[in-house]
Write a protein that binds this ligand. Structure first.
Ligand code: SAM
Length: 201
């Protein structure tokens, strides 16, 4: 059994049990010392949601392509994925990793480049645009009506309002209270939650 332990990837303890492309992306993250990959719980959520996207998926923050690999594995054939990453070194590596995977486009730039490629059926905000700093993406411009938004990496809330560093968690509240979205926090592990939201018609 091949084992990995690197930051957000520490849950990927058995690479042989993973879809091969996910395992390759985890290996890339380990090789580059990149510790911010999405955890397997989040990856499985992306895999499941990707299966429901009719035509297009967007992601901000490609990282080493771990979440992207879960998305690619879950989607229907022909569904186009655009992932935006500002770090050119990561872009080069991930483009090589996905060279033989059809309908995956890795854009080098700020997350706002996603506006030129949307709207999407599924949008994952994992590197810019997530309201945690550096702006909040506009779901009306980036999602089709009925489209689904995912924002990762929250500590599960135990009270209302949710807090972050002792204060109301404004990023989480931005999405949970967004007038154009019907949103819910989904607990994926005792220490991990995501916000999942549908754009209202
Ligand atoms: C949490 S990691 C992404 C992990 C990846 N989505 C996965 O599932 O493994 C965040 C990534 O977002 C990128 N990033 C941060 N701010 C960004 C911005 N403003 N525009 C584009 N990418 C950004 C970082 O370089 C980093 O690679």
């Amino acid at each position: 059994m091949e084992r990995m332990s690197i930051g957000g990837t520490s849950g990927y303890t058995d690479l042989a049990a993973l879809p091969p492309l996910v395992a390759d992306a985890v290996r890339l993250a380990a090789d580059l010392g990149f510790d911010k990959s999405c955890r397997p719980e989040q990856g499985r959520l992306l895999h499941a949601l990707a299966a429901g996207a009719p035509q297009s998926i967007g992601e901000t923050g490609t990282g080493c392509g771990v979440g992207l690999a879960w998305l690619a594995g879950g989607r229907r054939d022909g569904v186009h994925i655009v992932s935006v990453e500002r770090d050119g070194r990561l872009v080069d590596h991930v483009r090589r990793l996905f060279a033989d995977v059809p309908d995956v486009e890795i854009v080098h730039g700020d997350w706002t480049s996603a506006y030129a490629h949307g709207p999407f059926d599924l949008l994952v905000l994992d590197g810019g645009g997530n309201a945690k700093g550096g702006g909040a993406a506009d779901p009306v411009r980036l999602l089709h009506p009925g489209g689904v938004l995912v924002v990762d990496d929250f500590t599960p809330a135990t009270k209302w309002p949710p807090t972050h560093s002792g204060r109301p968690d404004e990023a989480r509240l931005h999405w949970l209270r967004h007038p154009e979205l019907a949103a819910i926090e989904v607990r994926l592990a005792p220490d991990l939650a995501s916000v999942v939201a549908t754009r209202r018609w």
